[in-house]
Design a protein around this ligand. Structure first.
Ligand SMILES: C[S@@+](CC[C@H](N)C(=O)[O-])C[C@H]1O[C@@H](n2cnc3c(N)ncnc32)[C@H](O)[C@@H]1O
Length: 205
């Protein structure tokens, strides 16, 4: 597993400081970031559908990384680099304005009030998005938890550099046109929950 992961490592062991994006993705036209990819089906689908982009994908969960690796190997996909760890550590090492699309798909909802500070949508992490995203970059957030959807809308509404796209009248129930779904989403749908698909755009830098 370690050897298999080495070919896909976003942060090879010996590297320190800012990530060498050109070294990781010499030919990529754009750099995208997925946070908390679970088993990696969405990572593989986006990488296959967009071969010109470079996709950095982060997940704490080692079994999820192993599953994602299998999808990448099976699909012969070489435009993805994986970070088995905290997405915030990887973001800290990205240059300003380097990311043109961020996916945060079904982030852990942390329903108890005393755990809300663990939610990925937070002022600190929005600062990090703001720094690493290019002008015009897109942030996609999916969630099946009404309170987390409200939380996300409220936090982003406090950020003048992010605009909410789409029509609020639809309550953001329409999936994106290139949406392959995720494993967590399939479970949420089976259990009768209704997802929302939120899209934000970063303004000019
Ligand atoms: C509810 S799951 C959703 C997984 C996947 N996106 C899906 O829709 O099937 C949330 C995932 O985010 C991961 N995660 C949470 N915080 C993270 C962080 N700071 N960095 C990397 N991964 C994180 C968790 O390990 C978990 O696998």
């Amino acid at each position: 597993m370690r050897e298999r992961l080495a070919d896909y490592a976003a942060l090879p062991d010996e590297t320190v400081g800012q990530i060498d994006i050109k070294g990781l993705f010499p030919k990529a036209s754009e750099l995208w970031l997925e946070i908390g990819f679970g088993a990696g089906e969405h990572v593989a689908a986006q990488a296959a559908a967009n071969p010109a982009i470079g996709l950095l994908a982060c997940e704490h969960y080692l079994n999820g990384v192993a599953s994602c690796l299998s999808h990448l190997e099976k699909g012969g996909l070489n435009n993805v680099k994986l970070h088995n760890g905290d997405a915030r550590d990887l973001m800290d090492r990205l240059p300003d304005g380097s990311i043109s699309r961020v996916f945060l798909l079904y982030p852990d909802p942390w329903p108890k009030a005393r755990h809300h500070k663990r939610r990925f949508i937070s002022p600190e992490n929005l600062d990090a998005f703001s720094r690493v995203m290019s002008g015009g970059a897109i942030l996609r957030v999916a969630s099946d938890i009404p309170e987390y959807i409200e939380w996300t809308l409220d936090h982003l509404a406090q950020r003048p550099e992010f605009a909410l796209l789409g029509d609020p009248a639809t309550e953001f129930r329409e999936p994106w046109s290139d949406w392959p779904g995720t494993r967590y989403e399939a479970k949420a749908l089976r259990e009768g929950r209704t997802p929302a698909y939120l899209t934000f755009q970063r303004g000019p830098r």
